[in-house]
Design a protein around this ligand. Structure first.
Ligand code: BG6
Ligand code: MG
Length: 221
């Protein structure tokens, strides 16, 4: 089966919003007297807003109304940071890599847990680049469940073995592997279990990557 689609995570793959998520959670945590470090923030990569708050609470229990209010507050802080995003904030290699993929006829999808994904894509001037946008509103079960990537592949009309998922988060790679996608881990966090791991998209091309995947496929057959 040929590779026909690339599905990208947003935060940490297309742009680096992890710092803004950190600053927003940190502000909430400080105001509420909860300990929260950059190291803690690394564990939130790819997790939904609710799952992130649950991690931040470290087993402390608060009522649903307070949870809603805290998530809203964190999101307000986060959205203030998002106003700073411009097309310059695309991660290195992203623009060329996606353009080259489109030239090869590869379909482009987004699979992000974020409910701010459309806003971020618009600020990056990438909204119209994506054939299908899956975000924090698309499915009920968030990463590490495979549902979001399956939803995007369905929208792109490709079969699972025809698509490659690009992810910077352990939860995201787990989600993609569970569904049976080819996976490319980006960055330096816990992505060692991806089929291919890269520091970023600067040193590779879509053609290169597809050849590497085809080689992997052959060795498995
Ligand atoms: C993911 C981020 O992309 O989106 C997580 O990696 C974040 O850190 C999640 O919690 C949900 O984002 P949002 O914008 O809906 O709060
Ligand atoms: Mg991510």
């Amino acid at each position: 089966m040929p590779i026909r689609a690339f599905i990208f995570d947003l935060d940490g793959v297309i742009t680096d919003t992890a710092e803004y998520h950190y600053l927003a959670w940190k502000q909430l945590a400080d105001e509420e007297g909860l300990p929260f470090s950059r190291e803690d923030n690394e564990k939130l990569r790819g997790l939904s807003r609710r799952d992130s708050l649950l991690q931040l609470l470290k087993g402390n229990v608060i009522d649903e109304q307070t949870m809603q209010a805290w998530m809203r507050r964190k999101n307000d802080y986060y959205q203030t940071y998002l106003t700073r995003i411009t097309p310059q904030d695309r991660l290195p290699g992203v623009t060329r890599f996606i353009e080259d993929a489109q030239t090869l006829g590869i379909r482009i999808g987004l699979g992000s847990a974020s409910r701010n994904a459309r806003d971020v894509l618009t600020r990056l001037d990438l909204f119209h680049t994506f054939d299908v946008i899956g975000d924090g509103y698309s499915v009920v079960n968030t990463k590490p469940a495979p549902d979001l990537f399956l939803w995007v592949a369905g929208g792109l009309r490709v079969a699972v073995p025809e698509a490659v998922v690009f992810e910077d988060a352990e939860a995201g790679i787990d989600a993609a592997l569970k569904a049976g996608f080819w996976t490319v881990g980006i960055g330096h966090s816990n992505i060692g279990h991806a089929h291919i791991a890269l520091p970023d998209l600067t040193e590779t091309s879509p053609r290169d990557l597809i050849s590497r995947i085809e080689a992997l496929r052959t060795t498995r057959e």
